[in-house]
Design a protein around this ligand. Structure first.
Ligand code: ARG
Length: 469
């Protein structure tokens, strides 16, 4: 039955007495971004159709025609020959209209017992599940590259900083393992979020369920969902999973922004701890000498856009009454851009990090400055009976004198040290200089989680076993 207004592209026109304005069409249409879900949408429809036929809600012939039509649509999309129409609002209506054009009445039966509300919720979850798996795999490769670099540098010493002031010497392997920890937690968060993503909304229909004898568990099984959403109102309106995913992504980007900041600092000519391969850097259009670390800078900047997407999604959901509201159409662009940003950043950092040049001599030289082993001298005195606060004060005095005289702790000999600290002279022996060396300092922090090369090697082994998480 077709009303006068029910022309191609106006699915609900029988209810209306005038066509939709072009401005509103453009405003409400989502096809230009949600066509990204097209192949997943087809998968969801095929599962729905198979279930409708198994439940004898549609005939086997209808199901067969739907499968055939969808195959053709799939290949048109893959070959980029599908004609997307803004008039048809979104990916779902575009595909359904094409199906009906190809197979006739059977195409019109596909939407039995289903609404775009549960259809789109199903599509996003299916799509996101694939992307989460991709991100988890990329995180694994990146953690592997960090571990390889840490292994090659388990003995390399550089200054550890607090307040960006030289604090204590650490091994570069240990420093890199801190990032392995962050990205391991990120992996765990993605895995955890996946559990809540992987629940089937389909069957909730518009909001209240459907009167057809559907079998939601069968659809869940076909599509690889772990279970079905328990409440139809929640199923069509919940976007917690998208918010959670974006929050986990914002943390990934935050970790990248921290690493990026260090790479930029380490590569700056005054520091020169590392060098990035030329293919990851850019030059300046005016200053011929420049080699700029654009990739880490951009990653630092892109963190802002993912944080923005998180706030957008939270704001989108805030105050939404049950059940589905059109607001939710706005979930896709932030979500898609978050996925693209995280995937690209992981890929580029994996390649870039595997090609980093480490200037270990420069790192070591920087660690020998700034009195980085002053705490070790205080600890030495404590181990010989001096209360820690007194030891701290005594070493502060030594440092002050060294600063005034323009030399370092290691430039002192035992006689000079005793002369500076006459009250504790009897506690000082020749062995004091063992703990003042950089190697002595890092080797002495030999406990679980410490920076000693021995601990770093053990931590790398432990982290490698977690790679298959
Ligand atoms: N394009 C819509 C979205 O992304 C599909 C659901 C539309 N449902 C509706 N009742 N208007 O959310």
């Amino acid at each position: 039955m077709t009303s006068q207004l029910h022309k191609k592209g106006e699915i609900w026109s029988a209810r209306f007495s005038e066509p939709m304005s072009d401005l509103v069409k453009r405003y409400t249409s989502s096809v230009f971004f949600d066509k990204r879900l097209a192949l997943i949408d087809i998968e969801g429809s095929l599962a729905h159709s198979a279930m409708l036929s198994a439940q004898q809600i549609i005939s086997k012939d209808d199901d067969a025609a739907i499968q055939r039509g969808m195959e053709q649509i799939r290949s048109e999309i893959i070959r980029d020959e599908f004609e997307w129409q803004i008039d048809l609002e979104d990916v779902h209506l575009n595909i359904e209209a094409r199906l009906t054009a190809l197979i006739g009445d059977a195409g019109k039966k596909l939407h039995t017992g289903r609404s775009r509300n549960d259809q789109v919720a199903t599509d996003i979850r299916l799509w996101l599940r694939v992307e989460i798996d991709r991100i988890i795999a990329l995180l694994k490769s990146f953690r592997g590259v960090l571990l390889d670099l840490a292994e090659r540098n388990s003995d390399t010493i550089l200054p550890g900083f607090t307040h960006l002031q030289v604090a204590q010497p650490v091994t570069f392997g240990h420093h890199l393992l801190a990032y392995v920890e962050m990205f391991t937690r990120d992996t765990e968060r993605m895995l955890d979020c996946r559990k809540r993503v992987n629940q089937l909304p389909l069957g909730a229909a518009a909001l209240a369920g459907t009167s057809y004898p559907i079998d939601r568990r069968q659809v869940a099984k076909i599509l690889g969902f772990d279970g079905i959403c328990a409440n139809s109102l929640d199923a069509v309106s919940d976007r917690d999973f998208a918010i959670e995913f974006t929050a986990a992504s914002a943390l990934i980007m935050t970790h990248f922004s921290r690493l990026s900041e260090e790479l930029v600092l380490w590569m700056s000519p005054g520091v020169s701890f590392i060098d990035l391969a030329d293919r990851f850097c850019t030059g300046s259009s005016i200053m011929p000498q420049k080699k700029n670390p654009d990739v880490p800078e951009l990653a630092r900047g892109k963190t802002g856009r993912v944080n923005g997407h998180l706030v957008a999604l939270l704001t989108l959901m805030k105050g939404q009454p049950l059940a589905y509201n059109k607001d939710n159409q706005e979930d896709k662009e932030p979500l898609i851009d978050t996925v693209d940003t995280v995937v690209d950043t992981l890929r580029i950092f994996t390649e870039m990090t595997s090609g980093i040049t480490v200037n270990s001599d420069t790192m070591r030289a920087a660690a020998s400055q700034g009195f980085s082993t002053a705490t070790d001298l205080a600890d030495y005195l404590v181990k010989r009976g001096l209360p820690f606060r007194d030891a701290h004060e005594a070493v502060a005095h030594v440092v002050r004198i060294c600063v005034d005289r323009g030399h370092d702790l290691l430039d002192l000999n035992l006689g000079k040290l005793r002369a500076i600290l006459p009250e504790v002279a009897s506690l000082l022996g020749d062995d004091v200089f063992n703990c003042l060396t950089l190697e002595g300092s890092v080797a002495s922090r030999n406990h679980a989680g410490g920076t000693a090369p021995e601990q770093v090697r053990a931590a790398i082994i432990a982290a490698r076993t977690k790679l298959s998480l």
